[in-house]
Design a protein around this ligand. Structure first.
Ligand code: N2P
Length: 393
């Protein structure tokens, strides 16, 4: 089936890109001379297990959950969900490092989650309480082993990519007859274009670990480089367009939909949401997430339970609920993000399933910048480069 092939392609490309080989299947066990009596099946819990306090505290990215999903969970379980949002991986990471977050479930990107697991900030999942894990595509779970070797801590929330979003109608006007570039990243990184597009608004995500990897990639360097010389070059490139950037934001859906920004470095699903919202509001403008010729930056966001979660059983119940096929389909249909849930695929609307900026074709995956993880040095270099860029110094 086409989709299966696609998922396998994702996994093969991502694993290959990281120099990790797929493990050979384990050899079949040698037959035993006298088969022992089968062990008694461990007793399965009759239903979901809840904590005494029927509360669950979730910390997730903004604009990242279909309307009504929390209410349905609350109604079914009687658990009161407190749902807060953070705007960058850096912000979540700082909270986790400080400790006592008060949150049970957090949703880090795998680029940060690897270090968070190694640092003991996340606890292993109560997998026996999450039977719907079986709905996940094994190819996606195998991609996650790069960050979480035995799939012990992380469950996919959604994945997507950081790319260039455009209001074609407004951008073409601002370019005044100048042709669209071959490489869409030129629209946000090349002064020739930014000097014109600033009139209709250029927006950047407000995070070092979103902007520096794509800037490094644009100048032909490793997106997750550890070399200070690369950061110097990226900073020099960025400095040339700084004055043309109008907005730094991680919640730019309304800005794009409402016409405040005509070109953005943004998240694929958010740009698709902006396109849908503009349409709902009666706009005729064509808004699109682009697939740059040199690739875009893939991210995987994952649910994890904090080390000091007060409601770990409620957390497992929510994770299991989220992994129902209909919730996975709602994420794709309403939010523009695939989740890697195989069982939900046949509930995805045809126009969403056919949107190549949501369900990316396998050919394009070869161009994408695969997720990696940051050394502390790289993170610091990104943050220094970003701060000096943003300050314009
Ligand atoms: C936010 C969804 C994308 C988060 N709306 C990127 N990690």
């Amino acid at each position: 089936m086409k989709k299966q092939v696609l998922a396998l392609a994702i996994s093969a490309i991502l694993l290959a890109a990281c120099g990790k080989k797929e493990e050979a299947p384990a050899a079949p066990a040698a037959p035993v001379a006298a088969a022992p009596a089968p062990a008694a099946e461990p007793a399965k819990p009759a239903g979901p297990v809840f904590d005494d306090e029927k509360v669950l505290n979730i910390y997730n990215w903004p604009d990242y959950i279909p309307e009504g999903m929390i209410a349905t969970f609350e109604k079914e379980t009687g658990i009161k969900v407190n749902y807060d949002t953070f705007e960058t991986n850096e912000a979540l990471h700082a909270k986790l490092v400080a400790g006592n977050t008060g949150y049970d479930i957090v949703v880090p990107g795998t680029v940060f989650a690897k270090g968070q697991i190694e640092g003991g900030l996340l606890q292993p999942l109560k997998k026996e309480q999450i039977p719907n894990l079986a709905n996940m595509d094994p190819a996606i779970m195998s991609v996650l082993t790069k960050a979480d070797p035995d799939n012990k801590h992380l469950v996919p929330w959604a994945w997507g990519f950081t790319t260039v979003g455009i209001n074609k109608t407004k951008a073409e006007k601002a370019l005044g007859g100048m042709a669209m570039p071959e490489n869409a990243w030129d629209l946000v990184f090349k002064p020739e274009y930014t000097s014109k597009l600033k009139s209709c608004g250029i927006a950047y995500l407000d995070s070092p670990t979103e902007i520096l990897p794509v800037a490094l990639h644009y100048i032909g360097k490793d997106a997750y480089s550890n070399d200070p010389a690369d950061y110097k070059l990226a900073t020099e490139m960025l400095a040339k367009v700084r004055k043309d950037v109008r907005l730094f934001s991680s919640t730019m859906i309304d800005d794009i939909a409402g016409g405040k920004a005509c070109v953005a470095i943004g998240w694929s699903g958010d740009i698709n949401q902006a396109a849908a919202r503009a349409k709902e509001n009666g706009s005729k403008d064509v808004i699109e997430a682009l697939l740059p010729s040199t690739g875009a930056l893939i991210f995987f966001d994952t649910m994890a339970v904090t080390k000091d979660a007060k409601h770990p059983n409620n957390a497992a119940a929510f994770i299991d609920f989220y992994l129902r096929p209909e919730n996975a389909a709602a994420m794709a249909n309403d939010m523009g993000y695939p989740t890697g849930n195989k069982a939900g695929m046949d509930k995805v609307n045809p126009e969403i399933a056919g949107n190549k900026t949501i369900f990316v074709e396998s050919d394009y995956f070869g161009k994408m910048i695969p997720p990696s993880s940051f050394t502390n040095e790289a993170r610091e270099a990104m943050s220094n480069a970003y701060n000096s860029f943003k300050k314009g110094k």
